[in-house]
Each structure stands twice: as structure tokens, then as C-alpha cells.
Ligand binder design. Sequence first.
Ligand code: NSS
Length: 433
Amino acid sequence: MMVSEWNSVKDVFENKKVGDRVKLRGWIYRTRSSGGIVFILLRDSSGIVQITIKKGDLPEDQFRDAEKALVESSIMVEGIVREDKRAPGGFEVKADKFNVVNFAEPFPITKDQSIELLLDYRHLWLRSRRLTLIMKIKAELLKALREWFDMNGFYETTPSVITTNAAEGGATVFSFDYFGRKAFLSQTAQMYLEALIYSLERVWCLTPSFRAEKSRTPRHLTEYWHLEAEEAWVDNNGNMEIQEKLISYTCNKIAERCESELTELGRNPDDLKKIKPPFKRIKYEDAVEIVNQRGVKMNYGDDFGAPHEKALVEGEEKPVFVTDFPAEIKAFYMKENSDGKTVKCSDMYAPEGYGELIGGSERSEDIERMKEKLLKEGADIKNYEWYFDLRRYGSVPHSGFGLGIERLLCWITKQDHIRNMTPFPRTITRVYP
Ligand code: NSS
């Protein structure tokens, strides 16, 4: 079957004129019949169009199949494009050929289902309008991010996700038996990216990251897509500049390329066009004060939770950075400031309370300090010897960051829960299907 023989639903609306003949294939999104007419909404990956099937316009058995076929049956249709104000989008196809490829059984998902049931049927719910729009935007998001790195001298690399290092803390690591030794699913590719800067200088990667976090929040998955970058000769400020340019470029491109999808999901594309560098930089100690002033209690040394993040970005239209966190609440690899108390790091928070999008820092070059901190965490130092080698052989100042793709997408699409940002969400209570 030649691909070019077939039209897409998009053709009906954009490339065809009234009276043109089209050949479509797809799935039944809705169906109803009245008298001798069946109205079917046909869905393909490009959109939804009304098909009108009138008794007498096509062989009797085909009309009966059209009457009988349930929602989600796969079909092939031929007919003529017509204007019809009542049809969604103002056009429809008047069928003169109708074939059912597969008669669907009664679809288990009907209106007003519980979230749990929808998650049990995730493999089928993926066909829903909302998830389709989100997955399309996700593809454009990944494309735009990649474009930015390509244009800015970064090499894409492919670090391993099987590791013996728990760089983001042993408490949230998934461990497993690796031929008799203990290994982990990676929480971050950072340490491997750090090894790659000595030859490539600016690197990035996109890998799944795993966090055995007990938190049941609308912002946490146990498996998420993690985009990370590492840059030689870049300090914490330079690192933030890279991040704000990357996020601005991506938001602007999505606004341009996904205008209708965003609008249908309730996000005004203009919100994303406004995202431009620079982003506000707030020191941690000032951020604590701001949050308290806005009526949300927080002590110096506390990490930001959802209510604090929300208070912090009140009235902001662009993401903001919080910098220079106390060393005790940050990872062992962050470079210390001269005050001996805080570290050269930045977390980027999305506007509208969407939470932390990015965590980044300048990296420590002090092997002894890092060892001290790791020992305090109860880590097995010998697994980190290779990492300390990076400091022993031609160490240079360097920085990097990690961006949660599903977090970014959740803000961009203005959705309320991270589970819809990925086809098969993994959370503490969900690993099927
Ligand atoms: O823990 S991070 O803040 N930082 C790192 O892992 C660094 N090692 C990255 C680096 O410098 N190369 O995680 C980075 C981002 C964070 O800002 C979130 O956007 C996202 O990863 N993240 C998550 N997304 C979804 N679910 C969970 N559980 C999650 N944890 C972090």
C-alpha cells in the first residue's frame, strides 16, 4: 500500500477544496445514526473530521457496517469534501466507500471515569484528545531543546543508566542485583557527563532517571526523562545564562509551532512568547525572607516545598532562579562559596506554582571535602574513586544542570498533574501497564 494514496484529516481542512475526493483511514472517535444517516467522527494522528454516511450512497453491506461499528473501530473511508457549518471545523466528508478494518469491542473507557480506572487502561486512554495533544507538544519540546544544543556547540552523548553511584542521595535510589554486586538505576547522568567534558567540553544527554521517592505529589514520578548538560570553563553564573537561553528558546518555539494544541489545552501561547532572558536571580536567604513575607512559614535551612515555591513565584511571568543554598541541604559535589556556608548552585522555579524545573551547580574540585560529605551520607567511597580521578587529571572549573522534561511540559501545557506528561507514568503505586 503506497503511503501517498492516503490523505490525512489535516488535508481535508488545509489542502483540499470542496468537491475534492479523499481517502482516509483512522479510528472512530464518536458515532451516531439517525434515520438513514450515520455520522462518524474519524480520528487520525493529524486530527478529527466528520464523515457522513448516507444509506443509498454506498453498497448496503458497507452502510450496515458503518451503523454497526463501535467507537475505536479502525476504518477506511473514501468520499467527497463538503462544507458543513454544523460539522467540527466546518467541513465533512460524504462517504461513498466505507470499510471496517477491525470491529472494536465495546470500549471500556466511557465518560466520567475515575483516575484509577483511566490509569489501569492507560494503553487505551493514550488515544484521548488531551493525551494526544500533550504527546505532540512533548515531541516538539524535545525537538526544540535538541535544536538549541545543536546550535550552541554542545555534543549529545549517551551515558549509562546502570551505575554504582547514587549522586543524589542513597535514600531515593532503586538498587538491584547486578551479577552478584549491587547496582543502581541512575538518578542522574551528571558524573558521567563530567567525565566527558575533558574531551568534548560541552555535552548534554537525555536519559531516563529514577527516584525511589515516597512523595505522592503532582510533581514526582519514579521514572522521568532527564535532560542534563555539563560545561567546561563555565561558572555558576554562566550556567544560569545557558539555562535561561535554553528555556526561552524552547518556550518561544513551542508557542510558535504548537499554537492550536496549546490553546486547546488552556495555555495561552503568548504566555510562552514572553519568556526571554534574563531570569530573576534570588539568593536563598532572600528567597526565605520573601516566602515568609508572603505568609508561608519557612526557616533558614529548610528546602522548598510546593507551598514555598508557589509563594516565591507569586506575580512572576518568567521562571526565577534561587541561588546559593546552604551546603547541608545540597549534594556533595557542589562547589562551596567563600562564606563556607553556602554552595554555588541554582534551582529554577516555574511561574504559576509549577515548581522546580532545573537543578544546577558549579562543581567542587576539592576531593577531601567531597569525601567528607559522602561519608556523612553513608556512601561507599570506593565507588567514587573514578570520579575523584577527574579532579586529579587536569581538572577545570565546570558547571552543569538537570532539567525534568515532564516538569517543563506540565508548566508549558498548563496541566495539573505530571502523570499525564508521560505515556506510562511510574509512581509509587503504579507500575502497570
Ligand atoms: O535532583 S536534581 O535537582 N539535580 C540533579 O539530579 C543534578 N545531578 C542534575 C545535574 O546537575 N546534572 O534533578 C534535576 C531535575 C529537577 O529540577 C526536576 O525538574 C527533575 O530533575 N526531577 C524530577 N522530575 C520528575 N519526578 C521526580 N521525582 C524528579 N526529581 C527530579
